[in-house]
Design a binder for this molecule. Sequence first.
Ligand code: SAM
Length: 266
Amino acid sequence: MESDAPLGNPCHSTAGKDNSDRVRMVRQIFAAITGKYDFLNHLLSLRRDISWRRFTVDKMEFFNTRRLLDVATGTCDLAIEGAVRYPHIHVTGIDFVREMLERGFEKVQQRGLSSRIDLVHGDALHLPFPDGSFDVAAMAFGIRNIPHRMRALSELRRVVVPGGQILILELTLPQGPRFRIFYRIYLKGLIPLLARVLSPDPGAYQYLGESIMNFPTTWEFQGMMGDAGLVNVEAYALTYGISHMFAGHKPKGPATGPSSSTDVAF
Ligand SMILES: C[S@@+](CC[C@H](N)C(=O)[O-])C[C@H]1O[C@@H](n2cnc3c(N)ncnc32)[C@H](O)[C@@H]1O
């Protein structure tokens, strides 16, 4: 797409698209914005994305395989953060957009982590790993882009060991009504404006706002994690709820414990 594409470009709107069209659109968007992805991510979140990933990594528990899977790894920020924070683990990152993985691979090499992080080109819906391969399976800002969320959650559950963790970091709409209004203006007005100036594919940032507004509520998503067979599901609200980290465990035995919600100040 040309950089002077009109705002509200219908080719990057999810309206009226079926799931396979959406998946194709998601692949196109991330292949097009790879070069500017990290820069725009940090700018548009005012570098909060870095703290949110760090929070997610701090919650990880390695106790058996000492392996972390980062699904929808993109340019590998979560994978790198995990490898640096836990020097005794091995990390695998998987993504279905080659351009994102290539950029991630460069970053892994620059950090001297090639022997501890391997990257796989593949789909979150068909993870090419045997059951119980990892202690932790995590996804940062990926699940929003996957129409078949239950299928993705059950794949994550399958590949962790019993007692293993599933950690999902995602952008969400804040709960407070006033802040929510302000945030909607930011998503619908300011982000497309900034993207028009800075992004090679401004339409992608129309999609960004739309995908956040269409994401299930915190309670709904916690419920989905429970329906996917995860237990002790918790949701941590980050930065007034513009992001949440959802954590659940694959049961060791029979399911236990209700879901809960926690506010975390960042
Ligand atoms: C917003 S980026 C997040 C990248 C990275 N996790 C981060 O923290 O910045 C979303 C990524 O999800 C990937 N993705 C979306 N759907 C996927 C799927 N079904 N299988 C694998 N990767 C997928 C995209 O290719 C893209 O790299």
